[in-house]
Design a protein around this ligand. Structure first.
Ligand code: ADP
Length: 474
């Protein structure tokens, strides 16, 4: 069933879409995802171009590209990668054809996608219009409703006063969740269960959002109890074809941030799977979605599910989908951006057949004994877990690497693939035990506790799992 793609010449297939080969790609990102994209480029015979901040002068992602250029001289570490005019200038000066944004940084900025196109570069992602629409929670929700997708009851737009918040709560009942309208990454959320707390909690959440994101506007949604986080991987082409690559379960979260991801979702009723993937495809078709994207849903105990958001980009956990489908999502993204259609690549829905279960653990340089405080310094000793069915996607995972405080603490993504969830967990467990990391602390002890937990192994997961198992922290 595996797809081994595509140093291919074009097949005899007629389409209106113009095919323009990409000869070079600049990755507007750093770390493991930059390397992930360079690898796909190299395999396709495409020249790869890195950018790096001053703080990343010695970083591995720089070495893994064919060429690398300093970006954002004199700027703070994160700002360097957010400097749109400079990224475009570097691309133009070095004869680059296309830009891949990775995840985070500029990946969900429609002004960046547009700036690339205006400069004659191809943006490896959806159109700026769709990036904009999906990034705006109100517009994305409306698109979902228009496409017949079930959404969580919520405020139709941002709410700025405690009176509006109270009105929603009285109308829809508790519990509700407050979300920063301009937040993201699981930050700025608060669950409210008592009417007498609505006012005070709103004021607190809103002022926190203002401090963190520069805007105090909030969304309010009905809070789904014990939800599972299930998300559908999509791929669309320029001819309007859309396929789904099945779903992932990302319920294992700490503070609303994903820690362990699984594909496909264990114990998901086949009828629910069909409906959830079908609705995701409908939404993509409805908005004219091109390239890779993910539709996120929460499902409740009765099998109802509700749209929460679309991530109009590649995700950290795309790897587990690649493992079960055998499809290289990044190569597919590049081919789509060239104008190749999914059928030309052999990617029709009937040919996508997931096999087994894949699990991804995000190994971070965080100390579980110190409330996951990020640790920094030089890695003195590094040995990784390897062997059949194990994949490692990392950037700083080697002896001598300096873990800086400037960027996120992801050290290496470990992905296991085996026939069923338990076999996959056993493989992951074995691989994580082979790791030896000295010099910086990692969350591996915590991950091992998760992998040995009976509830985890039974595959009956919800987003309360980590909070309800404090023994995982020891
Ligand atoms: P972000 O954009 O910050 O990543 P999301 O809307 O994707 O935020 O939500 C992240 C996580 O927060 C979800 O996976 C879920 O665990 C929790 N969550 C969000 N909305 C709700 C809700 N209405 N009810 C219950 N949990 C929610």
């Amino acid at each position: 069933h595996r797809f081994f793609v595509w140093s291919i010449s074009r097949r005899n297939y007629t389409t209106d879409v113009e095919y323009r080969p990409i000869r070079s790609v600049l990755v507007a990102n750093r770390g493991e995802i930059a390397i992930r994209v360079f690898r796909a480029c190299t395999e396709l015979g495409i020249r790869s171009v890195a950018i790096y901040s001053e703080q990343d002068k010695m970083h591995m992602h720089r070495q893994k590209a064919d060429e690398s250029y300093l970006v954002g001289k004199g700027l703070p570490p994160v700002q360097a990668y957010l400097n749109i005019p400079e990224v475009i200038r570097i691309a133009k000066e070095n004869n680059v054809d296309a830009v891949h944004p990775g995840y985070g940084f500029l990946s969900e900025r429609s002004d960046f996608a547009q700036a690339c196109i205006d400069a004659g570069l191809r943006f490896i992602g959806p159109s700026p219009k769709v990036v904009q629409q999906m990034g705006d929670k109100v517009a994305a929700r409306q698109a979902a409703i228009d496409a017949g997708v079930a959404v969580v009851p919520g405020t139709p737009g941002p709410v700025t006063t405690p009176e509006e918040a109270m009105e929603f709560c009285l109308k829809h009942g508790l519990p509700v969740i407050f979300k920063a309208a301009f937040g993201g990454g699981g930050r700025g959320m608060r669950v409210v269960r008592k009417m007498e707390e609505v006012q005070e909690m709103f004021e607190r959440a809103s002022s926190e959002a203002k401090a963190a994101f520069g805007n105090g506007a909030m969304f309010i949604e009905k809070f789904i109890e014990r939800p599972r986080h299930i998300e559908v991987q999509l791929m669309g082409d320029k001819a309007g074809n859309v396929v789904h690559l099945y779903e992932r379960d990302c319920s294992v979260q700490r503070r609303h941030q994903k820690v362990v991801e699984i594909a496909p979702a264990p114990k998901l009723d086949v009828k629910v799977r069909d409906r959830i993937t079908g609705q995701a495809v409908n939404l993509a078709r409805h908005v004219g979605y091109e390239n890779a994207g993910t539709v996120e849903f929460l499902s409740d105990e009765s099998g109802n599910f509700y749209f929460i958001e679309v991530n109009a980009r590649l995700q950290v956990e795309h790897t587990v989908t690649e493992e079960i489908t055998g499809i290289d999502l990044v190569q597919t993204q590049i081919r789509v951006a060239e104008g190749m259609t999914l059928p030309e690549m052999g990617l029709t829905q009937d040919k996508i057949n997931p096999q087994g279960y894949a699990i991804q653990c995000r190994v971070t340089t965080e100390d579980p004994a110190k409330n996951f405080q990020p640790d920094t310094g030089r890695i003195e000793v590094f040995r990784s877990g390897e062997g059949m069915g194990i994949r490692l996607d990392g950037a700083s995972a080697f002896a001598g690497a300096i873990i800086s405080p400037y960027y996120d603490s992801l050290l290496v993504k470990v992905i296991a693939h085996a026939g069923d969830l338990q076999a996959s967990a056993a493989k992951m467990n074995r691989a994580l035990r082979e790791f030896r990391v000295r010099g910086v602390k990692t969350n591996i002890p915590f991950l091992l506790n998760v992998l040995e937990n009976q509830k985890f192994l039974s595959g009956t997961l919800d987003t309360y799992f980590i909070d309800e198992h404090p023994q995982l922290f020891h």
